[in-house]
Design a protein. Structure first.
Length: 300
């Protein structure tokens, strides 16, 4: 199925969590001179217009980036995320929202490599066009060729051929639409295979917090992957909607997280709950540990 379009959800509360975490993971990798590779298995269109089309119709960005746009007291990592979005909107009006590929491109250095996968026939064309425009405009870091490569295809399958990266340093973002149940199984199976090929890599999985069984079970299944430290953070902006539809929560599951990630999240998550809350059921969870089948003690 290829009906999912991320433009409907661009800039919502889930994107706030995902892109704030993504930027900090890439910043950590960038502390060493050795280059890294960023791989995005489900890239989407790369850039989204908020004042037209799908995003303007759904207006989900009002649950996320719009809540932070005029805030003056943002914690450092959240401020860095908002500033990146502002740089895409030099007029000061919130018109465009960056997807994960654009966020990665803005943070990456010249020596780093970016590999983007997208299967949707419309979004892959938009992704290619958006990076072509960035390159034509001379925006820093947007050069194509060896540095940024856009691949038309299934990121679950394509990931195998890129691991391990030449520098043995990298971050993989796995962010499928989860529009079919099989996506949940493929996430787990893809990670299990990737950890054999590239055990020292950092892997970040975005997932929706839904009532369906597959969504509720995914984090626990990922915790059981053999031999790796993990971090699991989720953000819910409120209780379930009366009709049962609509996304009110999401999470990021990170394998081999940097040591800086947990204290950073403990600082910013209470702020995000307060800033993005829809009702008094808004909350966050944060836990770290090692696989439940391995040694060590999990901690909440």
């Amino acid at each position: 199925m290829l009906s999912y379009r991320h433009a409907f959800h661009a800039g919502n509360h889930a994107d706030v969590l995902k892109h704030t975490v993504l930027i900090q993971l890439l910043r950590y990798l960038g502390q060493k001179e050795t280059p890294y590779m960023y791989i995005d298995t489900h890239s989407g269109a790369g850039v989204y217009a908020l004042d037209t089309g799908y995003a303007n119709k759904s207006r989900e960005y009002e649950t996320g980036i719009a809540r932070l746009w005029d805030s003056k007291d943002l914690p450092g990592p959240v401020a860095e995320y908002v500033q990146l979005v502002r740089e895409m909107n030099p007029s000061g009006k919130m018109r465009y929202y960056p997807g994960s590929p654009y966020c990665a491109d803005r943070v990456a250095r010249e020596q780093d490599r970016i590999r983007l996968f997208e299967l949707h026939p419309t979004d892959i064309k938009l992704l290619e066009d958006n990076f072509r425009k960035l390159e034509a405009e001379g925006q820093r870091g947007a050069s194509r060729g060896k540095r940024v490569m856009v691949n038309r295809g299934d990121g679950f399958t394509g990931l195998k051929g890129l691991l391990p990266p030449p520098s043995r340093r990298g971050l993989v973002l796995i962010d499928p639409p989860y529009e079919v149940k099989d996506d949940y199984r493929r996430v787990k199976d893809t990670l299990a295979d990737a950890l054999i090929r590239f055990p020292t890599g950092t892997y970040a999985v975005w997932y929706p917090v839904l009532q369906r069984m597959e969504s509720r079970q995914l984090p626990d299944k990922l915790k059981r992957l053999q031999g790796k430290d993990w971090l699991n953070v989720s953000l819910s902006i409120g209780g379930p909607t009366p009709d049962g539809f609509g996304l009110t929560g999401s999470g990021m599951f990170v394998i081999n997280p940097p040591w800086t990630l947990e204290p950073m999240l403990r600082e910013i998550m209470p702020f995000l709950v307060k800033a993005l809350a829809r009702d008094d059921q808004a909350r966050f969870t944060l836990e770290t540990g090692v696989p439940v089948t391995g040694p060590g003690v999990r901690k909440a």
